[in-house]
Design a binder for this molecule. Structure first.
Ligand code: AMP
Length: 265
């Protein structure tokens, strides 16, 4: 695996590969890798000859009171995991923002509501950094997880509206055996908090599998999560047949989403 930190070096590395006709896939991440990230690599491999993973904790998508500083950065471990899974190039820039950086890419529809409502400016940071990565790597394919469902909607809209020549691939959510969606932030949880997080994931699973009208499922989940000590509900929203939820367990923010089983009610 090639480890590259500079934009110019990455660009130079990719030119001959592209000339040979190799298809390039990009898997953007913020690191602290887990099986969810590694499945994106497997999927990327199915669509391309060269898999580039980026590892960058993007400061612009964090709010001033969020966990940018404490976000885990186990970079050596990440490199070993990525190399073991067959990543060809690990791109780990120290910064993607010049000191007087002044350009943002802003999506104005999909980024409303859900995380967009409670994390102002978050998706401007996401679209800006993903646009930069697309322009740097110029991938044929980019793989993103359904775990961050709204993020996918926002990026797909950006790709469409800005005519990025990138095929977007959606990867299903990878869960631990106890049903909790894998997340780099799960590392923050104490044993007790983890149990609460699993309860949260079970409530979402149970209510989505009972199903019914979206509004009714939302109301049931809202009721159950609001009554759960130790969990602070941020939002429950239905979007195109999926229920999206964000909660705080202690100081850790977790998101998840599931398809609602269709019902007549
Ligand atoms: P992050 O490092 O959290 O920014 O995530 C990088 C990519 O991995 C995003 O496309 C996420 O949606 C995806 N991802 C994170 N966790 C999971 C998971 N449990 N299952 C599937 N994809 C995931």
């Amino acid at each position: 695996m090639h480890r590259i930190t500079r934009v110019s070096v990455l660009r130079r590395h990719l030119v001959p590969l592209r000339k040979k006709g190799h298809r390039i896939a990009l898997v953007p991440t913020m690191g602290a890798l887990h099986e969810g990230h590694l499945r994106l690599v497997d999927l990327a491999r199915k669509h391309a000859d060269v898999v580039v993973m980026s590892l960058y904790v993007n400061p612009v998508q964090f709010g001033p009171k969020e966990d940018f500083k404490r976000y885990p950065r186990p970079w050596q471990e990440d490199c070993a995991l990525a190399a073991g899974r067959g990543v060809d190039v690990m791109f780990r820039p120290s910064s993607l923002y010049a000191e007087n950086d002044s350009v943002r890419v802003i999506e104005r529809e999909c980024s409303l509501g859900r995380c967009g409502a409670v994390r102002p400016g978050h998706f401007d940071g996401v679209t800006t950094v993903v646009a930069k990565l697309f322009l740097i790597v110029q991938p044929d394919v980019a793989v993103f997880g359904q775990k961050d469902g709204q993020q996918l909607d926002v990026i797909e809209r950006m790709v469409r509206d800005l005519y990025f020549p990138v095929k977007m691939v959606r990867a299903p959510i990878v869960r631990d055996r106890d049903g909790l969606a894998m997340s780099s932030r799960n590392r923050y949880l104490t044993k007790e908090e983890r149990e609460l997080a699993v309860r949260f994931a079970s409530i979402l699973r149970e209510e989505c599998s009972i199903g019914g009208a979206e509004g009714a499922v939302v109301a049931r989940i809202q009721k159950r999560l609001t009554g759960l000590a130790g969990i602070r509900l941020e939002y429950v929203e239905a979007v195109r047949g999926r229920i999206h939820v964000a909660v705080y367990v202690g100081t850790t923010r977790l998101i998840d989403n599931r398809l609602v089983r269709a019902g007549n009610a």
